[in-house]
Design a protein around this ligand. Structure first.
Ligand code: DHB
Length: 524
């Protein structure tokens, strides 16, 4: 329902003139096939803007689609903002995925930018619910209503309202591309899972290639593509940025008939990225191991401790320098790093923005915070107590009983869920014959993780601009995951903006206006 939007004529001249059988011909963008829509967009400062834009809907972005419902994208091009004509020919391009929970995401039914509607329309999927351990234990099917995250990315601002980056970007005069992508639960009639890893990243890369391939036909500056996404979508956005033009994906891109063009992007925006999955269990226990779950029980402390030592080993191997002049990050100093670099400044920003009365009342009910000289100070242990219940069981990602969304993400063929860590496989409780990780898993993990593109042998074609955000209360993964991503990019000398939102949970986006301005700043 696109209340407030009005279609004023469309000129679909998609003639059947594409001759020849070259796959690229099928990928020529028809710049005349749009409808003109008008919508009112409230910007981050609360001001309303009337935006007239060209909406190009459900364009299949590969020549050999597996499922066009997901492998299609929408393009929105601003024409008039508050009555003034705008020329988006050289505008930055926001490439906003709406993936949640590594589930399928489709934009095919969207009625306008950001899914349609006048205020940030919530996505059809619930990322939290869809990624919960129970979600993958129910039989997956391709068409069950409500399992597709579409038309939004589930982000909320500090007031709990939905945030639509696509809408904010359009109102700022940017071109907006919203790609769909296959996701882990998709199953064909032969019972094969065709959206498991690495399908989603391959699709997003193919969509970027499509935009590049159509330079000059799709308005916007293809050298200023800025990707955004939240949670699993944030992970994929990071991966898109880190892995630009990597030949590792060529075979997969070829198989779906992706356009012959670069898939490197200019900048990455990632909110609460659920990434570095094969190391996330150890990181999770390092961070939340002493916190009880919502039922009040502690997780198996032997398992937790074993995983923590895996994290220590992994963290040491990364050899990352922290931001703010901090030295090499290790499992021993990471708590201090998080507190000093992120958590205390986050609390300070939050408390500074409050009225004196509100600040005093907050401090009175949160006595673990010392407020002095306009700055918040506290210990890591008190911070953990403040956050409270951990969201996930142990191991959080590669569950012994194969019950997580990530187990499904690493499914293959007709197998719905598989182990992807040695520890998970060794401790399998589902009766598998082999206690080893399947032999194809390492290659698949390589395609799903931004970290190897940033450490060891850094990818020269990666994005050099990173916007990373995370709520301090978010225990969907370890706080070290986004901090490591930021530190890896920082260690390479990239431009990194990474902040934590105080007391915000999973999916928060408390400074969307700053992101829109950041894009203008780096694009100039
Ligand atoms: C998401 C959340 C998770 O906890 C997870 O493991 C994967 C994805 C999400 O919200 O996208």
């Amino acid at each position: 329902a696109s209340s407030g939007s009005s279609a004023s004529g469309s000129s679909g001249s998609s003639s059947g003139s594409s001759s020849g059988s070259s796959s690229s011909h099928a990928l020529v963008f028809d710049k005349d096939a749009y409808s003109t829509l008008t919508t009112t967009i409230t910007d981050a400062d609360g001001a309303d803007h009337e935006v007239e834009y060209r909406f190009y809907k459900a364009i299949t972005y590969v020549a050999k689609p597996v499922d066009e419902k997901y492998q299609s994208l929408n393009v929105s091009v601003p024409v008039k903002i508050d009555g003034t004509a705008v020329d988006a020919t050289h505008a930055p391009v926001l490439f906003a995925n709406s993936v949640g929970g590594y589930m399928p995401s489709s934009v095919a039914d969207a009625t306008g930018v950001g899914g349609g509607g006048t205020t940030g329309a919530p996505g059809g999927g619930a990322p939290n619910a869809s990624a919960s351990p129970s979600a993958s234990t129910s039989p997956a099917s391709t068409s069950a209503a409500g399992e597709v995250a579409s038309g939004g990315n589930g982000m909320v601002n500090a007031q709990g309202a939905m945030v639509s980056l696509p809408k904010l970007a359009l109102a700022a005069g940017y071109v907006v591309v919203e790609p769909g992508a296959r996701g882990r639960t998709l199953k064909n009639s032969a019972g094969e899972y065709y959206g498991v890893a690495p399908a989603a990243i391959v699709d997003l890369k193919a969509a970027v290639r499509y935009v590049r391939f159509n330079e000059g036909r799709i308005p916007g500056n293809v050298d200023r593509i800025v990707s955004s996404g939240t949670s699993a979508g944030g992970a994929l956005s990071s991966l898109l940025g880190a892995s630009g033009d990597s030949p590792l994906y060529d075979r997969h891109l070829k198989a779906i008939g992706a356009a012959d063009a670069s898939d490197a992007i200019f900048a990455t925006g990632a909110w609460c990225p659920i990434t570095d999955l094969e190391h996330a269990d150890g990181a999770y226990e390092w961070n939340w191991g002493s916190n009880a779950t919502s039922s009040g029980a502690k997780v198996d402390q032997t398992v937790s401790k074993e995983l923590q030592s895996q994290f220590a080993e992994y963290q040491a191997s990364l050899k990352l320098r922290g931001l703010g002049g901090f030295g090499t990050l290790t499992a021993r100093n990471y708590d201090e790093y998080l507190v000093k670099q992120y958590l205390e400044p986050s609390a300070t920003r939050y408390l500074t923005a409050l009225s004196k009365a509100d600040r005093e009342s907050y401090l009175a009910s949160n006595t673990f915070i010392t407020w002095s000289g306009g700055k918040a100070a506290f210990s890591w242990a008190d911070f953990l107590t403040h956050v409270g219940a951990r969201k996930k069981a142990a191991p959080s990602f590669d569950a012994f009983d194969l019950s997580t969304g990530e187990n499904n993400l690493f499914g293959l063929g007709t197998t719905q869920a598989r182990h992807f860590t040695a520890y998970g496989a060794q401790n399998d409780t589902t009766g598998l014959n082999s206690k080893r990780v399947p032999s194809d898993i390492p290659d698949t993990l390589r395609l799903m993780n931004p970290m190897p593109f940033l450490v060891a042998k850094p990818n020269p074609h990666r994005t050099k601009h990173w916007w990373i955000r995370l709520g301090t209360n978010d225990s969907d993964t370890s706080h070290t995951v986004s901090a490591n991503l930021a530190a890896a990019a920082h260690t390479l000398g990239d431009d990194v903006s990474h902040l934590y939102y105080w007391d915000e949970g999973h999916g928060a986006n408390s400074d969307p206006g700053d992101f829109i301005e950041w894009i203008a700043g780096i694009s100039g």
